[in-house]
Design a protein around this ligand. Structure first.
Ligand code: SF4
Ligand code: SF4
Length: 308
């Protein structure tokens, strides 16, 4: 077969070669349909079995929104691809009024609670009690959940919820396992807690140990909870020579009982309302050698976990 015939065979199929139909153009109504070779190939590609992606043994996580500004959820979302990695590999988001259409708090491994509780609203009180019942680990996410933050000073009259007044941090109503202080906490810290909660619940022995070291200071912070006050930061931080003069305590104090003088905090005890904000915000108050000594291993575990 010459080159011309071969080309014709390719374009028009065997029927057109030397069959008296050379005058018919491929685009004309009379032209016959080209051989179905390529379609057959496509069909066989589609039929090939897809590679099954293994389903990770995920934990379940919920975001419970009490009275707060949603800044903590925004910070969580600010992990960008990191958030997708967490949702892809480690955690199913089973409750989040902003992102998922689930109306009742389900059972879950970890509840990230944002905001404080309005005690003049019985639904809010029921919701936080229900959260404690349904979650294995309750995390106070951010300043409002941890120590009330700005919501301590709300006195009702908000435009959409005028009856709401008297707010308490969640630790005043239920037992809390982990505190993540900050207004808002950094995206990295929220991400790290999620990864460490996963390793604690699903990891091997070494990973569980690392997760325990990472989470212990944040668990101790939750134990101190709203009982901590200006005196604690004085005795456990400043008087121990641990203060580095960063000023976070003064910035966090809602009644300005702390001022920085010559690079060190001075606390006006009579003004202190014992909210615990300074203690939770101080990077040295929950300082732990367990974490410092395992820092490299912890960071390596987190980096490895976050690889896409
Ligand atoms: S010193 Fe300020 S931030 Fe610290 S517990 Fe007292 S009122 Fe709260
Ligand atoms: S937050 Fe802690 S380290 Fe920073 S100034 Fe206050 S006491 Fe010192």
């Amino acid at each position: 077969m010459g080159i011309l015939e071969s080309l014709k065979t390719l374009l028009f199929g065997k029927h057109d070669v030397g069959g008296g139909k050379q005058d018919e153009k491929p685009g004309s109504a009379k032209a016959e349909k080209p051989a179905d070779v390529s379609i057959g190939k496509k069909a066989s590609i589609i039929k090939e079995p897809k590679e099954e992606k293994p389903v990770a043994d995920k934990i379940t996580v919920g975001h419970v929104h009490m009275s707060g500004c949603t800044g903590c959820l925004v910070s969580f979302a600010d992990n960008y691809e990191g958030l997708l990695t967490i949702l892809d590999k480690y955690a199913d988001l089973v409750y989040c009024l902003t992102l998922a259409d689930v109306r009742h708090i389900p059972e879950m491994d970890v509840a990230l609670v944002e905001g404080s509780v309005c005690i003049s609203d019985h639904l809010s009180v029921e919701e936080i009690i229900e959260t404690r019942k349904n979650a294995k680990i309750v995390v106070a996410l951010g300043g409002c959940a941890c120590y009330g933050n700005i919501t301590r000073f709300c006195r009702g009259g908000q435009q959409n919820q005028p009856q709401h007044e008297s707010y308490l941090p969640i630790g005043d109503l239920i037992d809390v396992d982990v505190y993540i202080p900050g207004c808002a906490p950094t995206p990295q810290q929220i991400r790290n807690v999620c990864v460490m909660a996963y390793l604690l619940l699903k990891g091997n022995d070494e990973q569980k140990a690392l997760a325990g070291a990472y989470l212990t200071p944040l668990m101790n912070l939750a134990k101190a909870g709203t009982q901590a006050c200006g005196c604690d930061i004085m005795t456990q931080g400043i008087n121990q020579g641990l203060c580095m003069g960063c000023g976070s305590c003064a910035a966090a104090c809602p009644v300005r009982a702390i001022t920085m003088q010559y690079g060190k905090p001075q606390i006006e005890r009579d003004m202190c309302i014992k909210c615990g904000a300074c203690y939770a915000q101080c990077p040295r108050s929950f300082f732990s050698f367990d974490v410092v000594n395992q820092y490299e291993g912890i960071m390596e575990a987190i980096d490895a976990a976050m690889e896409p």
